[in-house]
Structure formats: structure tokens, C-alpha cells
Write a protein that binds this ligand. Sequence first.
Ligand SMILES: NC(=O)c1ccc[n+]([C@@H]2O[C@H](COP(=O)([O-])OP(=O)(O)OC[C@H]3O[C@@H](n4cnc5c(N)ncnc54)[C@H](O)[C@@H]3O)[C@@H](O)[C@H]2O)c1
Length: 346
Amino acid sequence: MYKCAILGCRGRARAHARAYDDVKGGKLAAICDMKEDLLNEFGDEFAIDARYTDLDEMISKEKPDLLHIVTAPVMRGTNERIRYPLLNQASEHGVPAVVIEKPIAVESEDWRQIYELSKRTKTKIAINTQLNFHPKNLELKRDVAEGKIGAIKFIEASARNPPVDQAPHVLQLVSSYIDNSQPVKVMGQIAGAGNLDGAQPSPANATGLVTYENGVQTAVAFGPEMAPRVSEGTGNNQHKRVCVFGEKGFVHWRFSSWERYTPEGGYEGGSLGYGGQNAVSQTNLTEAMFDWLDDDNKVHPTNLPQSLAEFNLLLGIYYSGLTNTVIELPFDPPDGLMDMFREQLK
Ligand SMILES: NC(=O)c1ccc[n+]([C@@H]2O[C@H](COP(=O)([O-])OP(=O)(O)OC[C@H]3O[C@@H](n4cnc5c(N)ncnc54)[C@H](O)[C@@H]3O)[C@@H](O)[C@H]2O)c1
């Protein structure tokens, strides 16, 4: 049984903690938050006695096998980018495994630091893009892999929240349907100044046409202006979707519904309960970390290098929009994108 710990005791950490009701391979044993009131509230809620306000102390004393880093990429109320320092801290301590919330970075500078870390660290790191494990997504993916829609001709995917928030989910979903084939080229556009001083700084909207190494093209749209609604009267966070078109049919996963057309099954579709699917997926994302700890060959599907490639694609969309150029991927993203957004976006 692996020993697990959580850093960050605000809203999102509750989904990570709840997953341990069903997780078989590990036990949640310790928590850390510099804010003592949040720490104690969380500890009481999940009956965890080992509570720390200092991450170094928690790791040194508890020696967790798996650390969940559940924070926003920017410390709220400050401009401090905290993904790299926290990952590096875990890596320096030799923590065997980390699950870290999406997005893996917000801009070129932190992306590059984490990319360099990925080359030297021994820590196994996965990003919490749990949609990969939604049961209905897995079923639709199996259909595609078994050839039920024929060879993939085109993929179209979107989400209405700001790009940095939900593009990581959506780009990971696209990757998952094409066996992590790597993006090789993108032309993108961005619009709207968004909230560049927030905990997830981002332009308000982004679109892109992407070519992958396997030849598949994908159209993506992020933000409320261009991403379609999947149901009326729901918040912008509830419109993630991916639609995979094949030569004989298609599969379409949406936040709250799904569709499929195959020659054998005809047209099918139905509704989905996101909460229920999400709970199962969080458990299975966590279990997949233990599989990777058990066996080096069972690399986690949402592993760090893959997520960095997907974030490099998002940075490519940003930079293509800023410069009106086509970007060959992977690319070395220039520093200072936030200043360029401030200058160019209204
Ligand atoms: N995967 C999903 O479906 C999903 C859904 C919602 C949100 N998210 C992601 O979750 C993240 C936000 O989660 P949140 O709102 O719970 O986080 P938050 O940033 O609001 O809270 C993080 C907590 O960690 C603590 N903390 C940060 N650094 C620390 C340190 N060095 N030592 C001790 N304590 C420290 C802070 O005091 C804070 O209480 C975002 O990245 C968001 O994109 C993911």
C-alpha cells in the first residue's frame, strides 16, 4: 500500500481526497497547507491527523510515495508562478511520484523550467487531466481503436473556459484518441485580454488548426467566443468536448452527453453525468500512478513529457496569433508572452 499526501487544501483538493474512498493501491496519510484554517478544516473533513504548514517538513517526516500538488499555477493574490518551484522541491526530496493539477504551466518561462526538470528528474510526474479516464471517453476511444469509425479523418475539440484553464484537458483528450501522436504544426489566433493578473493568466479566447505527426488535422477552439455550447443554461466550465470523425462514422464526447455513428450500430447517443464519471476517473488516474510505481513500463497516460508537448502546442497557438505565422512544433517559445498579450490584446 503506497503512502500518499496532498499539498493544497482548497476546493480542488477535495476531489483528489475523495478518490481515496475507492483507491486500492494507496492511503492518504498526510496533508499540507500554509493556511492553518484550511488545513484543519480539510483534515477534519477527511479524518487526516498528520497536518503540516511546511512542505519540506511534511516530505521529510512522512516520506510519501505519491504527492498530489493541488494548487493553481500562480499563487492567488500574487504574481508568483509556483508549478516549477513545487515540482522541483518534490524532485529534490526524491519523492517517487507526483500528481499535479493542470495546467502544467502558464507561459514560456515556467514551461521551459519544467521542461528542463523533466529531463533530469527521477520523480514520476503525471498531470491531473482526468478526462482521459472518464468511462465514456474510454469506451469511445476503444471504438476508434477497433476501427468502428474507420481511419480518423479529422478531429474537432473545444471548451468555453479560458485557454490556459481547459485547453490542457481538451488537448490531452485529442492526444488520447491518436495514441499521443505529437503535434508538428499549428496556425492559431487569440482574442480578448482575459485575466492576465489572475491565478490562471490567459487570453480570453484561442483557436487553432493543428497538424499531428500521424497526418491527422484538428481544429480547436477555447473560450466563450468561438467554442460552442454543449447545453443551454450552464456555466462556461461545462462545455468541454471532442469529436472524432472517421471515414465511416464519428464519436463525440461532451461534458454532459455523447454521440456515436457507426455503420454497425447506426446513430446512438445519450446523456452523461459528469460528476459520476469524474469521480471514477479521479480514482483511476490515481491508481495508474501506482501501476507506474510498480512497473516502469506502465507509464502514466498523462505523464509530464506528454503534457509539456500539449502545452507547447498551446504556446504555439498563442505565438502564431501574436505573429501571424505558422509555427512548427515542438518550438522554443519566446519569453515575455504576457507582455505581448498586454500590448496586443484588447
Ligand atoms: N482537473 C480538473 O478537472 C480541475 C477542476 C477544477 C480546478 N482544477 C485546477 O485546480 C487548480 C486550483 O485548485 P484550487 O482552487 O484548489 O487551488 P488554490 O491555488 O486556490 O489553493 C491552493 C492551496 O495550496 C496552498 N499552498 C500553495 N503553495 C503552498 C506551499 N508552498 N506550501 C503550503 N501551502 C501551499 C495555498 O495556501 C492554498 O490554500 C487550478 O490549477 C485548476 O486549473 C482542475
